[in-house]
Design a protein. Structure first.
Length: 432
């Protein structure tokens, strides 16, 4: 679909706000932990650097274990039903972080929060493959994943001042409650596929169903099912690559507030604002990269250059040292744009070389590897920052991002055109 028709598409107008809000709430309830740590949780619970990092990382253990089962259910049963229950449960578990009195119960809660949120990204990516064609998918994925940087942007500012006005416990309660309400909104408004949506115009329904069917015919069938798809070269390379990329991303997201606070003794409110600003650039970079990726049909070339630039910026921050706070902050500001920009093109890759029956599980495996990277990023970066200082944390993230950029050259692409596969009857009519 050409870019200028998006504004008139019922699919875009109705579904993009819904997927954006859903992923925004998910990211809010997984990422406000870092603000809570900087705002008193670590002190009040008497945690050392290792215990604090472990609490942040436990989320990713549960998140890793349930990716593929969630993708299988979403593809074969119902996305809307799955998302309803996971959103409802994660709202309860996220709010519970504010009332749990002991460390071990908080550890259990963080693990379970990862379990219920495991369904969100693979299920929503599968959902988008049911509704948007190849030349739309980079932008559709970006509108979904924009919930990540935009949520971090405002939560960093709002959460900091919310803690200052109340406490870190009330921050968790206030920010967990909206998900409970949103679960019912999503269930009412979302249909699993275009043919199930009574609100979609017949002309748009025919157009998108025809394009999606033609795209599936253009793909090589996978006769070995999940086993063959998950063991394929591209999926294994992308899994290793996403693990390394996620080390950089989650190390950045989880520990930026603490890094900024240790580098200079600013108040939690200002730290929240400084932590928020880089994500505005990240959101802009994601929109621009996905737009040009959809136009060109290239995916890989809109991933590795950004990750390489992120590695260089982290390295420059290390070389600069601790005596130049604002210059170092400027480098981190640019780093956010680089490490977030490729998400839309990246998750459009797999459905372009695997059919729909197995692409969801493949995306889940890649995202599971990202959960391992998230664990490492949350735990190791936090431990390095607390034990050896910001330079060690930056260096570790830079190495991971550099390796992730290099691994993208191991992905074999088919060089598809950046246009939709048109339904055959329409093509014959056009050439007649």
């Amino acid at each position: 679909m050409p870019t200028n028709t998006i504004a008139t598409s019922q699919r875009w107008q109705r579904l993009m706000p819904l997927v954006f809000v859903t992923y925004s709430l998910a990211y809010l309830d997984r990422s406000n932990y870092s603000i809570g740590v900087a705002g008193g949780l670590k002190h009040d619970l008497g945690l050392d650097a290792s215990a604090s990092a472990l609490l942040g990382a436990l989320f990713f253990v549960g998140y890793f274990l349930f990716q593929i089962p969630a993708a299988h259910y979403a593809e074969n049963k119902s996305v809307s039903r799955l998302i309803f229950w996971t959103v409802l449960l994660w709202g309860v578990l996220a709010a519970a972080q504010g009332v749990i009195p002991t460390l071990w119960l908080l550890m259990v809660d963080r693990f379970l929060l990862g379990v219920v949120e495991a369904a969100v990204l693979p299920a929503m990516l599968i959902f988008l493959t049911h509704w948007f064609s190849r030349s739309e998918r980079g932008r559709a994925n970006t509108f979904l994943i924009l919930g990540n940087p935009i949520t971090v942007m405002w939560l960093s500012a709002v959460s900091g001042y919310l803690i200052a006005a109340t406490s870190w416990r009330w921050m968790f309660i206030f920010e967990g409650a909206p998900a409970i309400i949103w679960a019912f909104v999503f269930r009412i408004l979302v249909a699993d596929r275009p043919r199930d949506a009574g609100w979609l115009a017949a002309s748009e329904l025919h157009d998108i169903e025809s394009r999606l069917a033609a795209e599936q015919e253009d793909l090589q069938p996978v006769h070995g099912g999940y086993r063959e798809a998950l063991a394929s070269r591209n999926v294994l390379v992308l899994s290793a690559q996403y693990l390394l990329w996620s080390i950089g991303v989650y190390g950045f997201v989880f520990w930026l507030p603490s890094i900024l606070k240790t580098a200079r003794d600013n108040g939690i409110g200002l730290i929240g604002l400084l932590s928020a600003a880089p994500y505005a650039l990240a959101a802009i970079a994601m929109l621009v990269a996905s737009r040009y990726s959809d136009r060109s049909g290239n995916r890989r070339e809109f991933v590795w250059p950004f990750l390489l630039a992120g590695a260089v910026l982290f390295t420059a921050s290390v070389l600069l040292g601790t005596g130049h706070y604002w210059v170092s902050y400027g480098l981190l500001f640019l780093t956010a744009g680089c490490i977030y920009a490729p998400y839309g093109p990246y998750f459009a890759l797999i459905p372009e070389f695997l059919p729909q029956s197995v692409s969801g599980a493949a995306m889940a495996l890649v995202n599971s590897a990202g959960a391992v990277g998230g664990f490492v990023g949350a735990y190791v970066v936090g431990w390095l920052q607390g034990s050896f200082g910001n330079g060690a944390a930056y260096t570790f993230m830079a190495i991971a991002l550099f390796a992730s950029a290099v691994l993208m050259f191991g992905v074999r692409t088919r060089g598809r055109r950046g246009v939709d596969v048109e339904p055959r009857p329409l093509r014959r009519e056009r050439t007649a």
